[in-house]
Design a protein around this ligand. Structure first.
Ligand SMILES: N[C@@H](Cc1c[nH]cn1)C(=O)NCC(=O)O
Length: 469
């Protein structure tokens, strides 16, 4: 291995896969933090007095700065101007700062203090946790576009979709761990903030992993200094050139619709398991965690299929159909057997492997490489409207239209250990939220069709294999 690295890093397959492992690990740490709060929703409600709207407000914060302060767009420009090393390091520092604030907010006692924002009263704890999460959201999103560009840089003309699939698979281990172990950790340590502290430590290790990548990438660029393989610099007019491409819009809108039906769903999935399928709080994250676990194997599998056989647009279409079927079945009030929940989550995992494995490697077929950072940033920016708006909407819908029994006690429902009068929580009917998620899936199908049609017209090659023989 050392000999391979000493030869020529730009030509070494070993070096390329090591780079992938390093940056994928950084993403794993980021994804852990992204979803670490999801299984804690019931505990936040009982122990800290949060409502579903508070949780929706906090979750939507992920996209605030990316969307309204255009942080993702600036991130994309910085990426294309300053390169992957600077931007990646910058994004990991931003993530650490954001998680630090979030941890402080959840671990502190604000003594019931609140603030009024645009006429709504928000608890200071919720607000500070949300601000931390919003800062973290900037970091992880910029890290996401940076890593996409790193993979294109190192794997173009080689196993591009497989590499992207593996990176996503690795990142999803972070999501799966967050969903499955968080409530156990919180219970074990008797503290809701403990899993966040663990995430913070993990993220610091992820940062070190990225620093090792920086060393390798610097070496590669030195080797290629005089060759044509170095990137062209970014020009501002690139943005205008990108937004004139119809295929770009179809893939970006498909992205926001599809991802809004998955990531925000995952934020509520443990609560859905608790309320609809009667699974205890402590174990409510286990079934949703199977979704990312399933994608760990399937995303690289479908990526490899796309690399070798093509049919990228068809893969995205099939995944969109599947997501509609799953959410519609989740919406049926009579279906409350946990085994069905298990089957539906596994099916959703297949859909969530199909679409990303074809979507991200398709972008370089539509957009030239020197504009890729900006293009990924624009797509993520559009996607963030959904990642911000949908959880907020679901929180509001739950509080306003879905409360079925606000006298239910956790003690009665699950353990019987706690005196019923000390801990009460609201019970929710998830039919309407699930219909909203299904509606997003229906629109995804429409845009997947439009993309398929545009591909035929423009000859992007989305149905062609990625590996050049
Ligand atoms: N823009 C990210 C969104 C995200 C959410 N949680 C972590 N990242 C994204 O779409 N990444 C690609 C993916 O499939 O995870």
């Amino acid at each position: 291995m050392v000999a391979a690295l000493q030869k020529k890093i730009s030509e070494s397959a070993t070096a390329r896969w090591i780079v992938l492992a390093l940056v994928a690990f950084t993403m794993l740490c980021g994804y852990f933090i992204t979803d670490v709060m999801a299984p804690l929703k019931p505990m936040l409600e009982q122990q800290m007095g949060w409502s579903s709207s508070d949780y929706g407000f906090f979750t939507s914060a992920y996209g605030w700065f990316n969307v309204f302060l255009l942080m993702l767009i600036f991130g994309g420009m910085i990426l294309d101007k300053m390169g992957v090393r600077f931007t990646g390091l910058m994004s990991t520092v931003i993530m650490v700062i954001g998680v630090g604030i979030k941890y402080w907010a959840i671990a502190s006692d604000f003594g019931g203090a609140s603030v009024t924002i645009f006429g709504s009263v928000i608890s200071s704890q919720v607000l500070w946790a949300a601000i931390g999460y919003a800062i973290f959201g900037v970091g992880i999103e910029i890290a996401g576009i940076t890593v996409s560009k790193i993979i294109v840089k190192w794997f173009k003309g080689k196993e591009l979709a497989l590499a992207m699939g593996l990176e996503m698979a690795c990142a999803r281990i972070g999501t799966a761990l967050a969903l499955s172990i968080t409530p156990l950790l919180a219970e074990e340590f008797g503290s809701v903030s403990m899993p966040i502290l663990l995430g913070l430590l993990l993220l610091c290790i992820g940062m070190i992993s990225f620093v090792v990548f920086v060393v390798m990438d610097t070496k590669r660029d030195r080797e290629l200094k005089d060759s044509a393989e170095l990137e062209e610099p970014f020009r501002f007019r690139d943005i205008f050139e990108i937004v004139r491409i119809k295929g770009f819009w179809y893939i970006a809108i498909l992205c926001v619709l599809f991802y809004s039906a998955v990531f925000p769903f995952l934020k509520y999935a443990p609560d859905l398991m608790f309320n609809k399928f009667g699974i205890s709080e402590k174990l409510s994250g286990i079934i949703p965690a199977l979704l990312p676990f399933g994608t760990i194997l399937l995303t690289p599998f479908f990526g490899n299929l796309y690399d070798r056989r093509g049919k990228g647009a068809t893969i995205m279409l099939v995944g969109s159909f599947m997501i509609v079927a799953v959410h519609l079945l989740f919406a049926v009030p009579a279906f409350t057997n946990w085994l069905l929940a298990l089957v539906l989550i596994i099916t959703l995992g297949i859909a969530f492997s199909l679409v990303p494995s074809a979507m991200w490697p398709s972008v370089p077929k539509i957009i030239p490489e020197n504009k890729l950072g900006t293009a990924y940033a624009l797509i993520f920016w559009i996607q963030n409207w959904g990642l911000m708006g949908v959880p907020y909407l679901i929180g509001k819908v739950l509080d306003n239209y879905c409360v079925v029994d606000n006298a239910t006690t956790v003690a009665e429902e699950i353990t019987g250990v706690v005196a019923p009068e000390t801990v009460t929580r609201v019970a929710y009917d998830y039919t309407v939220p699930m219909l909203i998620f299904a509606g997003l899936g229906v629109l995804s199908i429409l845009f997947a069709f439009l993309l398929l049609r545009e591909n035929k017209k423009m000859g992007y090659g989305l149905q062609q294999p990625n590996i050049r023989k």
